[in-house]
Design a protein around this ligand. Structure first.
Ligand SMILES: NC(=O)c1ccc[n+]([C@@H]2O[C@H](COP(=O)([O-])OP(=O)(O)OC[C@H]3O[C@@H](n4cnc5c(N)ncnc54)[C@H](O)[C@@H]3O)[C@@H](O)[C@H]2O)c1
Length: 438
């Protein structure tokens, strides 16, 4: 069995320092970790994770290990791994299969390596691990799952699939994929939708992705946002956070949104709301945050201004038609890391950041630690919930239990010294009664 697969083991020292810095900003996860270390709920459990290998993920993995788990991890994006963190984790004995700049072949080979550890629990961000497992199990093999099957063997994957107790999922796109699996009656074990917890999606998606997406754009371009026409495609949890932050920095923000309620929300929040076809004619910066495919395509790129910048914050790299862009270009330059400048036949330049992959993770460091404190505390508690309750759970997608969701928010408030108002008995009765009128 391949023990680890990282870019440069000598980077471990730098990685450890970064992990410790993240730890100092994640008080809730530290509290969860301290309890796990005493109670050891994961004793004898093997966890296979497919997550962005960042310093915050490292803090989560340390918590799971202290809870008794053996942990193997593959990257959940070919470009999001922080190589020093991966090296540090490998040096600490985690089975890490991740490095920045993996090819598709390497990415799915790493998923195969992780499956080879015979997991009891899967932890996913985008559902590539779970979908690979299910494709192999159900004989719905494609080019990517064949790569993983080549590492583990089809029969062994089938045995693993029958043994997994359950899983968790970190992001919106992954939850959508899992619900589709469940709808088709193909989901093999219970999965908790960590993404949908209020302590996660009200903070991580708008605040974490909102800030780090702009961070990724600024680091890779050094552009001034003030005064720019910035177009956000998708006014969901992520898009609304990006829009709010960009407006705060002086950008003139336009929203493109097909959902009438979300579009109305954006309009009432004071944004310009229009179609992609119209926004394409005047935008300076375009950010996709939809979870959808071909949101920005050839017909839009044809109308864009010289120097227009394209970035994606959605989970998959399918939101911007990269292939179309490549075919339209007569040449491509890479003047800065994370930046490709495509020159069109008519002389215009269109700039693509981070190869159209998650710009906040590829061109910056992903979400700040403080927000991942919430998301990964929910992760750790949800994994514990699955381990302790799997016998009573069906192969469905479950919400995070409300007590876990509120418990994490409560601990976060406590960590920043915020007190909660306590309801009187009279108020509790009033708020749950039907007979008090005008
Ligand atoms: N970059 C990150 O670190 C990070 C973090 C969290 C979530 N995500 C990903 O971001 C994406 C969005 O997540 P979310 O939680 O905001 O989802 P969401 O469902 O809350 O919002 C998505 C929005 O996009 C809109 N939309 C769909 N198709 C569109 C199109 N063609 N044009 C314009 N708008 C369109 C939808 O109507 C919806 O309002 C997902 O892929 C999710 O996995 C990324």
């Amino acid at each position: 069995m391949q023990p680890t697969w990282v870019r440069d083991p000598s980077l471990a020292g730098e990685g450890v320092q970064k992990i410790e810095l993240a730890e100092s900003l994640m008080p809730v996860l530290n509290m969860v970790r301290a309890r796990l270390a005493v109670e050891k709920p994961f004793k004898g459990i093997t966890i296979a994770a497919c997550l962005h290998v960042t310093k915050e993920t490292a803090v989560l993995l340390r918590a799971l290990r202290d809870g008794g788990a053996k942990v193997a991890i593959a990257a959940s994006n070919p470009l999001s791994t922080q190589d020093d963190v991966a090296a540090a984790l490998a040096a600490e004995g985690f089975h890490v299969y991740a490095f920045k700049g993996m090819s598709t072949e390497e990415y799915y080979t790493a998923i195969g390596y992780v499956l080879n550890h015979n997991p009891d629990i899967t932890v996913d961000d985008g559902a590539d691990l779970v979908s690979t497992l299910h494709k192999i199990y159900h004989g719905r093999m494609d080019s990517t799952s064949s790569i993983a099957a080549g590492v583990v063997g089809v029969e062994k994957v089938r045995q693993i699939a029958r043994k997994v107790l359950g899983g968790t999922e970190e992001t919106t796109t992954g939850v959508i994929r899992l619900k589709a699996l469940a709808r088709e009656g193909m989901l093999l074990y219970p999965v908790v939708a960590v993404n949908d917890a209020r302590s996660k999606s009200l903070f991580d998606n708008p605040l974490g992705t909102g800030q780090s997406t702009l961070d990724g754009i600024m680091r890779s371009t050094n552009i001034l946002l003030a005064g720019k026409n910035l177009v956000v495609c998708g006014y969901g949890r992520v898009g609304s956070g990006i829009a709010e932050r960009a407006r705060g920095m002086g950008a003139r923000v336009t929203i493109v949104e097909p959902d009438p309620i979300k579009a109305l929300q954006a309009y009432m929040a004071g944004y310009q709301v229009t179609t992609m076809a119209k926004a394409a004619t005047y935008g300076d910066i375009f950010i996709t945050a939809t979870g959808d495919i071909n949101v920005i395509r050839r017909e839009h790129i044809e109308k864009m201004r010289d120097g227009a910048i394209l970035a994606n914050a959605g989970h998959m790299d399918v939101e911007i038609d990269k292939e179309g862009l490549r075919k339209m270009a007569v040449s491509v330059d890479r003047p800065r890391p994370c930046m490709e400048v495509y020159r069109m036949a008519d002389g215009r330049h269109i700039i693509l950041l981070g190869e159209g992959r998650l710009v906040n993770l590829v061109c910056a460091e992903g979400h700040p630690s403080e927000v991942m404190d919430l998301s990964f505390s929910i992760q750790a508690e949800s994994i514990r919930y699955i381990v302790e309750n799997h016998e009573n759970l069906a192969p469905e997608v479950y919400d995070v239990p409300s007590e876990v969701d509120k418990g994490v928010a409560y601990l976060k408030l406590k960590s920043v010294g915020v007190e909660l108002e306590e309801l009187t008995d009279q108020q509790k009765t009033y708020l749950s009664a039907w007979f008090y009128g005008t």
